[in-house]
Design a protein. Structure first.
Length: 109
């Protein structure tokens, strides 16, 4: 199965947070709800190659995005829909403040 090709200099941005596993259904609903405005906002950013979000029954939420460069990945830190709106909704269902790291691509399949 082919995956999106990330160019040399590309970046994998990983955001990870935690929540009480008993709130999984609320967290999954929050992810679906916030996707209605996050998806178009993120999709307008230059250099986006892919975006994925998921929640684990063990109480972990992760968002992984693929970018053409570190500068492009860093646009997410200034996206109001993410840093203000979605963060507020996430905190309302007990999701911790996320840890976010940009990882320069080393290899891919």
């Amino acid at each position: 199965m082919p995956s999106p090709a990330i160019p040399a200099g590309g970046v994998i941005r990983v955001s990870r947070a935690t929540f009480d596993p008993s709130r999984l259904a609320e967290v999954e609903q929050m992810l679906r709800d916030t996707s209605t405005y996050l998806s178009p906002a993120i999709g307008r950013l230059a250099g986006l190659l892919g975006y994925y979000a998921g929640a684990s029954p063990e109480g972990s939420i992760v968002a992984v995005s693929l970018w053409g460069s570190d500068a492009q990945a860093s646009q997410m830190g200034n996206l109001k829909e993410m840093t203000v709106d979605a963060r507020k909704e996430a905190e309302a269902v007990g999701v911790s403040v996320p840890t976010i790291v940009n990882h320069p691509l080393v290899w891919q399949i």
